[in-house]
Design a protein around this ligand. Sequence first.
Ligand SMILES: NC(=O)c1ccc[n+]([C@@H]2O[C@H](COP(=O)([O-])OP(=O)(O)OC[C@H]3O[C@@H](n4cnc5c(N)ncnc54)[C@H](O)[C@@H]3O)[C@@H](O)[C@H]2O)c1
Length: 344
Amino acid sequence: MTPSAVKSVLVTGGAGYIGSHTVKALALAGYDVCVYDNLLAGHREAVERIARAVPDRRVTLIEGDILDRAWVLSALRESRAEAVFHFAALLSVGESVSDPAKYYGTNVIGGLTVLSAMAEAGVSRFVFSSTAATFGEPLVTAIDESHPQQPVNPYGETKLVIERALRNFDSAFGLRHVVFRYFNAAGADPDGLLGEDHTPEIHLIPRAILAVLTGEPLQIFGDDYATSDGTCIRDFVHVTDLAAAHVAGLRHLEAGQPSASYNLGMGAGVSVRDVVSAVERVTGRPVPHSVEPRRAGDPSRLVATSARARAELAWTPRYGDLDTIVSTALAWHRAHPQGYGSPE
Ligand SMILES: NC(=O)c1ccc[n+]([C@@H]2O[C@H](COP(=O)([O-])OP(=O)(O)OC[C@H]3O[C@@H](n4cnc5c(N)ncnc54)[C@H](O)[C@@H]3O)[C@@H](O)[C@H]2O)c1
């Protein structure tokens, strides 16, 4: 494919956690950004903050659902998007186990709706938020891109369906794509502009921090896994580093490179108890917690190797140290006790 520069990007789910950090990175890199989000879990305020912080770029919000094909098509046309970043999804593993139809609806039908609107609008570059959950139980210690994809929960299945569909859209319409499989996103914008604000909060690091700040105990799901301390092992990657990878992914597509998939993690296995210790170290206070039974659909260990992203995209994570991740998240939660609803 011939190289061609992109000026404007449509970002579905851009008012959410990883999406908003990426919107900021895109605007700082010189792109105009139209966020398309139904605000189910996203925040208008996040987009408005980015628009104020980067006034020389157009950063706008169109409120809409990815299942509404006509509205997606209209947003693509109105924004003159030449690329789409697709973050909009539901992402609770536990909820996907109890309510798979909801997950197939938003993640699969919603994803296909965006892709089909792109095909009609002639937009041919796509960056997709996939997940370590597409791999299922790992067969090796560090998961690279060639690892078999055998999800153990509906959330991972729905993301894998879209990964597979992308190959077909590439053959049928020349839709070039970059798939990023994040391991565990964490941390907050080091400038303090953006952070994680989910209700309910389902992610470990903010839950551990909120346990310290509010006294509401952290629930640890399972301490009888075959791991060093019995708790699950994950690979935490800073959200600002993920955002930088997305900008590099777009540049890869602008340079006319072929479609590709990348695992994004730090390659460091961190147990749930390691996270508790890091939060205690950084806050100087104990994390109140309880130990509960294992949750359905949780693999014991998920750790990435990101050698391909480092080599092909020159991706160089800057904030990957666990204490840095926890410190940036703590700064956000301390400054925003009511999330985006907090007074500035
Ligand atoms: N957070 C993680 O650790 C992690 C790990 C792997 C993959 N991912 C993927 O990254 C993406 C972003 O995750 P996040 O943590 O920022 O989640 P998030 O919930 O903060 O963001 C998702 C955004 O999508 C929007 N959205 C949801 N359904 C929509 C719909 N039907 N139409 C339009 N907008 C809709 C929400 O309002 C929200 O702003 C998701 O696709 C998720 O599967 C996240």
